[in-house]
Design a protein around this ligand. Structure first.
Ligand SMILES: Nc1ncnc2c1ncn2[C@@H]1O[C@H](COP(=O)(O)OP(=O)(O)OP(=O)(O)O)[C@@H](O)[C@H]1O
Ligand SMILES: [Mg+2]
Length: 251
């Protein structure tokens, strides 16, 4: 469904070219859940923004269903690193916002928004404002706002990084059920190994702009963090992330 072919991205910062994505080749199948894992600054957001159509690759091609990605589209919905809700709109209005160009009937827009809010267990908060919600609830509104567009592809950029560990675990479980129910294809960016193993069918590890390796996670869902298989996956991914044990010591 998504094909990234020899894609590079060069930024020009202070007239100095900077290679943020370095000849990446990678494909994602329909309905797949893939995590993109890597240290801060390795190019994860850049790659996600290339897929979303916010950036045009300096080199290479991105194909979605065989066609060049081009401009942003509601088929590819993005959940950003910070949940950017409009503070002056209620939860319901926030979720309805992106639907304005797709659905003219206000009642139908609201009905769809309520259904999306039900899927993240927040229909009872529809009339509240973002400041009246907890961080985890705000993040769920951000997910509902993407889901309401019925995207084929959900691009998520460290969506749960700002919430506490318990809420994060809940949001992860919630996202897995959404994925199973909807069949949506997910690319989820994280710098958290544990999160990647808990969620993904495949983990693509990025280092310095390139894909350092891809790990298939064959564990059945739901996954248990305390299992020996989980720990074995953790170690395998750590190796991809740090290269070898000397680099591991340096980090
Ligand atoms: N607009 C820009 N102009 C110049 N350099 C940029 C620009 N955006 C990002 N970069 C640089 O490109 C590299 C990759 O940035 P990117 O945001 O993709 O990293 P990331 O992996 O998402 O990091 P984080 O985990 O901190 O979010 C970084 O070194 C960053 O400084
Ligand atoms: Mg980022």
């Amino acid at each position: 469904m998504i094909e990234i072919r020899d894609v590079s991205q060069i930024y020009a910062a202070n007239d100095q070219p900077f290679l943020a994505v370095d000849r990446v080749n990678f494909s994602i199948g329909e309905g797949e859940f893939v995590c993109l894992l890597g240290h801060s600054g390795c190019g994860k957001t850049t790659l996600l923004h290339l897929l979303a159509g916010f950036l045009r690759p300096t080199d290479g091609k991105i194909l979605i269903d065989g066609k060049e990605a081009g401009k942003p589209s509601t088929e590819r919905s993005v959940v950003f690193q910070e949940y950017a809700l409009f503070p002056w709109l209620t939860v319901l209005q926030n979720v309805c916002f992106g639907l304005r160009s797709l659905e003219h009937d206000k009642r139908e827009r609201e009905a769809r928004a309520i259904r999306a809010l039900q899927r993240v267990q927040l229909a009872n908060c529809a009339d509240r404002y973002p400041h009246e919600l907890s961080g985890g609830q705000r993040q769920r509104v951000a997910v509902a706002r993407s889901l309401v567009l019925r995207p084929k592809i959900l691009l998520m950029d460290e969506p749960f990084a700002a919430v506490d560990a318990l809420t994060r675990a809940e949001l992860q479980t919630n996202l897995l059920s959404l994925w199973k129910e909807s069949g949506v294809t997910i690319l989820f960016v994280t710098h958290n190994i544990d999160e990647a193993i808990f969620l993904a069918q495949r983990v693509a590890v990025m280092r310095r702009g390139a894909i350092a390796g891809i790990r298939q996670i064959a564990l059945r869902y739901p996954r248990f963090r305390s299992s020996t298989e989980f720990s074995a996956e953790y170690r395998a991914i750590e190796e991809l992330l740090y290269g070898n044990s000397e680099e591991l010591m340096e980090n």
